[in-house]
Design a protein around this ligand. Sequence first.
Ligand SMILES: NC(=O)c1ccc[n+]([C@@H]2O[C@H](COP(=O)([O-])OP(=O)(O)OC[C@H]3O[C@@H](n4cnc5c(N)ncnc54)[C@H](OP(=O)(O)O)[C@@H]3O)[C@@H](O)[C@H]2O)c1
Length: 310
Amino acid sequence: MTATPPPTTLSPASSTELPLYANEVGPESDMAARRPLYLIVATATKPPLGIGLNGTLPWPPIKADMDFFRKVTKDSRPSSDGSCLMRRQSKVMNAVIMGRKTWESIPPKFRPLAGRINVVVTRQQMEYATTTIARELEDREIETDADGRFPSIAVIRAKSQEGRPTPPPVIIAKGLEAALDALDGQSHSLLNGEATGADGNSEQLELGNIFVIGGAQIYTAALDLAKSQSRPVRILQTLVRRKDAGEIPCDTFFPNVLDKGTGSAADQDSLKQWLATSGNNESIALPQGKQDWAVDEKSGFEVRVIGIEI
Ligand SMILES: NC(=O)c1ccc[n+]([C@@H]2O[C@H](COP(=O)([O-])OP(=O)(O)OC[C@H]3O[C@@H](n4cnc5c(N)ncnc54)[C@H](OP(=O)(O)O)[C@@H]3O)[C@@H](O)[C@H]2O)c1
């Protein structure tokens, strides 16, 4: 059965509005806490904001969007505005935060998502959730705090193997706040620890951008938490429509938050900055080029990415 969609679409408010955080640049010590939170989502245009059906995506694989998602979540890097101060000789890695149901919607052979710190948020008893997820992953060990208890964060770390790069860790978090605290503060040994690079040498793991990748419950929690923390939110929204203009059955929807006039459409320059890769003035291309929709002939769907900042 198809659920009733929310009444309005995620329409960008006037681009002349100032983003909320524009006047909130604090001292350097505050920068980590104000690290922008990226929400990356693909939403149907018909019904508006539809994101899921029966625990999976409501459309078949759309290559252009999948490629865009992979590139952005893996290769984008914080701009040099001070929001992330890089240490030398470190391996920078972005984090993707998802709800337990979204984790389970990823085909087992693709999880954890490669080249990214995967964070799974759950309300389940931590020991149960962590051991369940660890069991399905090969050659992993669970790292908890010193006395072996499971507080609000646990790390499932890959065992290092000589001469081979260490796969990224998977973090299990009791809630979104716990996840962000661990990432922001880089307090957990996860980010202080060393990983083995492709060249076999050990290197420090350093956090790049933080992406919330869904689903609906986690997007809602992220928007609420960001508001309470006055943390900037940048939404990368892929609009998805059928070539034949037909309806796309959906039972899960992105929260309809931007009709309150608090958001603004990101202009091309901002988008370019959000999609910047490290240091060489390059940024990841939008699937659609400058204006038009990108057509995926195989699936019969069309996509277009826009940016919204709150
Ligand atoms: N179109 C897109 O871009 C996109 C992206 C992602 C997902 N999706 C789709 O969205 C659907 C899944 O979304 P969903 O909303 O049903 O599930 P979800 O947000 O992925 O996961 C929900 C689960 O996360 C945990 N959780 C939620 N809020 C929490 C909180 N505040 N603190 C701690 N844990 C919390 C709970 O896990 P426990 O039950 O373990 O406690 C809850 O059952 C699927 O159809 C998926 O394919 C679409």
